[in-house]
Design a protein around this ligand. Sequence first.
Ligand SMILES: CC(C)(COP(=O)(O)OP(=O)(O)OC[C@H]1O[C@@H](n2cnc3c(N)ncnc32)[C@H](O)[C@@H]1O)[C@@H](O)C(=O)NCCC(=O)NCCS
Ligand SMILES: Nc1ncnc2c1ncn2[C@@H]1O[C@H](COP(=O)(O)OP(=O)(O)OP(=O)(O)O)[C@@H](O)[C@H]1O
Length: 198
Amino acid sequence: MIIGLTGGIASGKSTVSALFVSKGARLVDADVIAREVMLPGHEVLAAAVKQFGSEILSPDGTLNRGKLGDIVFQDPAALQALNNLTHPAIRREIKERMNSMEEEDPKKLTIVDIPLLFESGLENMFHEILVVYVPREVQIARLMERNGLSLEQAEARLNAQMDIEAKRNKADYIIDNSGELAHTEQQVAVLWDRLGLS
Ligand SMILES: CC(C)(COP(=O)(O)OP(=O)(O)OC[C@H]1O[C@@H](n2cnc3c(N)ncnc32)[C@H](O)[C@@H]1O)[C@@H](O)C(=O)NCCC(=O)NCCS
Ligand SMILES: Nc1ncnc2c1ncn2[C@@H]1O[C@H](COP(=O)(O)OP(=O)(O)OP(=O)(O)O)[C@@H](O)[C@H]1O
């Protein structure tokens, strides 16, 4: 059983994925894969340097994530160019990992955490999609706090994604993460039972 998990930036995707893992699910995390393709030596990083210049690198040759984020999150054309470089490799790796997990044990739940699942049109990869939801103002507050961003920077990042209400409307399952963690945990437990995994 495979469920695609998505939501908005800082809506709590990692938090909810971790709750599923603690109950025994397996996890494929697109953010982890996205970081791997941007490591020194990877052809995707080399292509990004060609596109955006060596100023996106730190002196030690690793990606300066803040720098590249500043460039792409305020320029839709630059973001599209980055997506064109990174997404095919990320998609390929996600498919490989989820297929090999399914082969291992098809009865176990696999959660595939993909921030841009809808934006990238990956709905068809999954029978069911779970959206981790918080209202926009909660998203902005948590993003500002976690990443030390100004309101303007946080809004720019939100505006680079599909609106969270639109994502919520496309969901098969919704976990509302706007309350306390215990409330989120409770919803995960209810869904776990509903899926017949207990
Ligand atoms: C631009 C980069 C360097 C910024 O790094 P930074 O450490 O500041 O942010 P991080 O990677 O943790 O991303 C935080 C969140 O931003 C959002 N985000 C990231 N990339 C994108 C994108 N291409 N389009 C819209 N939102 C994005 C996601 O919600 C993500 O969870 C980095 O996000 C990146 O390499 N992006 C390209 C790869 C990609 O598309 N990743 C998205 C996950 S599949
Ligand atoms: N129920 C909650 N109550 C309070 N804070 C929370 C709750 N859930 C998550 N957070 C905090 O909100 C921030 C965002 O959560 P998390 O990192 O899980 O989101 P995400 O959707 O995975 O983020 P990203 O899109 O950047 O990958 C974190 O700092 C986290 O500790």
